[in-house]
Design a protein around this ligand. Sequence first.
Ligand code: CMC
Length: 428
Amino acid sequence: MSKNSLSITDNRTGSTYEVPIEDDCIRAPDLRKIKINPEDFGMMSYDPAFVNTAACSSSITYIDGEKSILRYRGYPIEELAEKSTFLECAYLLIYGELPNQQQLEHWTSRIMRHTFIHENLVQIIESFRYDAHPMGILISSVAAMSTFHPEAREVGDPKIREKEIWRILGKLPTIAAFAYRVRIGRPHNYPDISRGYTGNMLYMMDYMNEHDYEVAPELSRALDVLFLLHADHEQNCSTATMRAVGSTRVDPYSAVAAASAALFGPLHGGANEAVLRMLTEIGSVSAIPAYVERVKKGEMRLMGFGHRVYTSYDPRASIIKKVAYDVFKVTGSNELIDIALELERIALQDDYFISHKLYPNVDFYSGIILQAMRFPTDMFPVLFAIPRAAGWLSQWLEMLDDPAQKIARPRQIYTGYDERPYVPIEQR
Ligand code: CMC
C-alpha cells in the first residue's frame, strides 16, 4: 500500500478504500467510490464556507496564517511594501515575475493611458443619485464597461485579455474619482498621467483649480503602499467569486463587477468602512471599555479584528500601522484615531481577544488612514476594490489556463421534502 495515501474504512459496510494524498490533500471526487450499494451516489465532503477545501492550485500568493506570512509570487510582503510600488506588484501578480525597467515602463504607460474613460461611461456615472454609494457606482460602471468592449468576451485570446487588464486597472481609479466628484457636486478632473497611479487618483478627486496644486508625496506613497498591501490575498471571498464567475467564460468586466459586489460586504471589503462607523459609534475614549464589554457579550463584533486565515498577527497590519503614523504627520491626528489606538491597546490585553486569537487586521488601520486622508467613509471599500482588481485578474488568468478547472458548481446536501403532489390553491 502506498504511503502517500489514506485508508478509509466505512463502518456502515466494513469496506476499506485507499485514497491517494497529493499536496496534503485528498481529491474530493475520490470519495465518490465510497458507497453503501452500487446505486448509491457516493460520498461527498460537506464544507460550508469552504473552510477546509482547496478549490484550485495557485502559484500567486502564499499565506501562512499561523506564522503571519504573506508573499506575492514568493516575495515577502514586507520587502515589497518597502521597496516596490503597487503597479510593479500588479505586474508581478499578473505575469509571475518582477518586470525589468523596459517592461515596467511599458506596463505603466499602458495602464496610465487607459485611465481615460469613455464619455458615455461618464454619463452613466453622472446619472446616479447624489447619495449613491460609490461601491454601487463602481460595480455598475465596471459591469457597463463590458458593453463598451464587446471583444472582451474573447477570453481565450491572450492579447485581448492583456488589453482588458490594462483597461480595468487604468479605469478603476477614474471611475472611483468621478463617482466621488458627482457626490460632491464638482466638475470632473480628467486624468493627469504624469502624476503616477495614486497621485493621479488623489488629484482627480481633490483638485479645485488651486495654483501650484501638488499632491503631498507622503500621501500618494501611503495610498500606493495601501494598494500594494491589498493587491491580492489568495482565495478570499471576492477572489473565489472572480474565479467562480470567470469559470463561466464570461468577460472580465462582468467577473470583476461580481467580485466587487462580493467585496462590498461588511465582513470583507466593507470592513474598513465598518471600522469607521464603529469608531464613530463609540464616540470617545472613555466609552471604549463599555463597548468592549458588549462585544464580549456577543452583541456585536469588533470590526477590523479577526481573520479567517491569520490566527496570529495580520502581517499587513504591522506595515500599515507604520504608514498610518507617516500619514498622521501630514494630516494631523483626530479623535477617531485616538479612539482606534486606545481600542487596539485595550483589546490586545483582553483575555477574550487573546483567547479567540483576534488581532487587528489590515482594515483596522486602513480605515483610520483613509479617514485621516479625509476620504469619505463610503469610499473605503472602493479603495480596496481598485488594487484588489490586480489580484482578481491574475487569479482569473491562472484559472482560465488551468486544465483542471471547469465551471464552478458545488454540491449540496438536500434537506427538503421528498416528492409531494401539487396542492391547488383553494385547498391550502
Ligand atoms: N469581534 C468579536 N468576536 C469575534 C470577532 C470580532 N471581530 N471575529 C470573530 N469573533 C469571535 C466569534 O464570535 C467566535 O466566537 P465563539 O467561538 O466564542 O463563538 C470566534 O471569534 C470565531 O469567529 P468566526 O466567525 O468563526 O470566525 P471566521 O473565521 O468565520 O470570521 C471574520 C472571520 C474576519 C469574518 C471575523 O473575524 C469578523 O467578522 N471580523 C470583523 C470583520 C472584519 O474585520 N473583516 C475584515 C477581514 S480582513 C479583510 C479581508 O480579507 O476581507
